[in-house]
Ligand binder design. Structure first.
Ligand SMILES: Cc1cc2nc3c(=O)[nH]c(=O)nc-3n(C[C@H](O)[C@H](O)[C@H](O)COP(=O)(O)OP(=O)(O)OC[C@H]3O[C@@H](n4cnc5c(N)ncnc54)[C@H](O)[C@@H]3O)c2cc1C
Length: 292
């Protein structure tokens, strides 16, 4: 059933304070809409239960990418195109720039926003594993003030988040301390473009003399929320990379993830691919040293 536009109301206050006041005046009644690439899919399918929409696309504070000496602050309504084109994001946070390049097609990247991806909270979302490995912090804002939440604690269960009904995601902060890491981003889908991930990986690592000095791993589509592979990280840290370690990492990954069967894939396939992607990353780490 298609939605009837006459049943919906859309307002566009154009400034942050007015948006926050409206959200506070009737909590859970007003739904923020940024790029609309998730909201309009629900609307078109007649599945958008909120009848009141508040436009946040044109709020200047939400559209900026600010670079500080120690961190970068990305406004929640920055698009994938803005992320891909930003020099510091591309150079220092390649996992995020790569995930932006995977997300839908060009039209989708011109409208879809990072804040929308986070709030929509799909476990298959492509940019979220990158935010986990980069230890992102999100700033949430409401008329009550603002608070910062470690992104690792933002997703509480399937499609459940720390965001209160009167809050907006204002920005996402990333510390500029990952330049010396080898990074590895992989998305496995039905095809290269316009496909939702069956499994995706964001990985960072440091190696010297064959030993893993630091490792950070996160995956999408393998659990109800985007998942940090903390057990696998622990099992790898300080170890020499050799075939037996790679085999045991595959087993730890399989224990740690909770994949399901759905229309895109099976739990068995996802578990096999998840292990392969981590193995591929470990081989890349070894090769990075051999090649220098
Ligand atoms: C054809 C197509 C292909 C796609 N391909 C991919 C893909 O490959 N990978 C992928 O990860 N996603 C994909 N998506 C999903 C979508 O593009 C992303 O999730 C996008 O980032 C959503 O951002 P948006 O601004 O469009 O969100 P909207 O649709 O505007 O909003 C989505 C949700 O987030 C909330 N929201 C938005 N901004 C904020 C904020 N600042 N604070 C609080 N809540 C907020 C809204 O209220 C709503 O609940 C695809 C979508 C389409 C239509």
């Amino acid at each position: 059933m298609r939605a009837d536009p006459a049943e919906y109301r859309l307002v566009s206050p154009g400034n942050l304070q007015a948006v926050l006041s409206l959200l506070a005046s009737e909590p859970a009644q007003w739904l923020p809409i940024a790029g609309g690439t998730d909201v309009m899919v629900l609307y078109s399918a007649g599945k958008l239960s909120n009848r009141k929409l508040i436009n946040i696309w044109n709020i200047p504070e939400l559209r900026q990418i600010e670079v500080f000496p120690d961190r970068i602050r990305i406004g929640a309504a920055c698009t994938y195109t803005a992320l891909r084109q930003h020099e510091t994001v591309s150079r220092e946070f390649p996992l995020l720039a790569t995930a932006a390049s995977w997300t839908g097609g060009i039209a989708n990247q011109n409208r879809g926003t990072l804040g929308g991806n986070i709030a929509n909270a799909s476990p298959a979302a492509d940019s979220l594993p990158a935010l986990l490995v980069y230890d992102a912090e999100v700033t949430l804002i409401s008329v009550r003030g603002e608070r910062r939440v470690a992104y690792r604690n933002f997703h509480t269960d399937y499609k459940q988040t720390a965001l209160a009904a009167d809050e907006l995601i204002r920005d996402i902060s990333l510390q500029r301390r990952f330049s010396g890491y080898i990074s590895h981003a992989r998305k496995v889908g039905a095809r290269n473009a316009q496909a939702i991930s069956k499994v995706c990986l964001a990985a960072l690592g440091q190696i010297s003399n064959g030993t893993i000095r630091d490792v950070r791993l996160a995956m999408g589509s393998v659990a109800p929320i985007p998942l940090c592979l903390t057990e696998t990280e622990r099992a790898l840290l300080g170890k020499q990379i050799e075939p037996s370690l790679i085999d045991s990492a595959r087993r730890t990954v399989a224990k740690e993830i909770r994949p399901i069967d759905d229309i895109r894939s099976t739990a068995r396939y996802r578990a096999a691919v998840a292990g392969n992607l981590v193995a591929e990353f470990l081989e890349k780490l070894v090769a990075s040293e051999t090649n220098t």
